[in-house]
Design a protein around this ligand. Structure first.
Ligand SMILES: [Zn+2]
Length: 197
């Protein structure tokens, strides 16, 4: 009888938990239960809610592949790119997500990296909720998100350009205000939130 299970998304090996609920993600239910623990800690402490979007997106990007949907993956990678490369806050990322709509046929197909993850949600749990540390949670969440994004960019060097192209096609179109006074991709995309008014 198997006593442990390996998460198909992040590789995390955990004891089998028959009671853990199934999730519609490319994740073991035991891994998803650890994420639920981390997420619950964020909701318990309002000061940590600012990290919630980052953890949602890090988890989504680290569990690519069916049954994780293309929309969840696209949103997650866009969220990581906006937050980590361009300093968007969780609220700003949410505002962008709210206007991204459903995944279309033309959305890029993001092929997930295959290298072993440097961090998983368990690291975040151990440094945060399991020792009751909001500071540990904040630091670990940021490091985890950076590690997940770094895993993508190391193996899939076009991922940032693909995300940028996706957002440009969604937000820079006829009938929208043109992007004015922007320099380079960072400046251009930083104005996305302004375009959403
Ligand atoms: Zn996992």
């Amino acid at each position: 009888m198997r006593r442990t299970t390996e998460c198909p998304g992040c590789g995390l090996e955990l004891p089998v938990e028959p009671a853990a609920p199934e999730v519609p993600l490319n994740a073991s239910k035991e891994c998803a239960a650890v994420y639920a623990e981390v997420s619950g800690f964020e909701f318990q402490h309002p000061v940590m809610l600012r990290y919630h979007q980052l953890s949602v997106d890090a988890y989504g990007a680290q569990h690519a592949g069916p049954p994780t949907t293309p929309i969840r993956l696209g949103y997650s990678l866009a969220g990581l790119w906006l937050a980590l490369e361009h300093g968007f806050s969780g609220d700003e990322v949410r505002a962008v997500h709210a206007h991204m709509g459903h995944a279309q046929d033309w959305w890029p197909t993001f092929e997930p990296p295959t290298g072993p993850p440097r961090m998983t949600v368990r690291d975040v749990a151990e440094q945060g909720v399991r020792r009751g540390s909001s500071t540990g949670h904040a630091t670990a969440t940021r490091a985890w998100a950076e590690a997940v994004w770094g895993g993508w960019t190391a193996e899939r060097p076009t991922v940032a350009a693909d995300v940028e192209e996706l957002l440009r096609r969604l937000f820079v179109c006829e009938g929208r205000q043109p992007l004015r006074g922007t320099v380079g991709p960072a400046g251009a995309v930083y104005r996305l939130v302004g375009l959403l008014d």
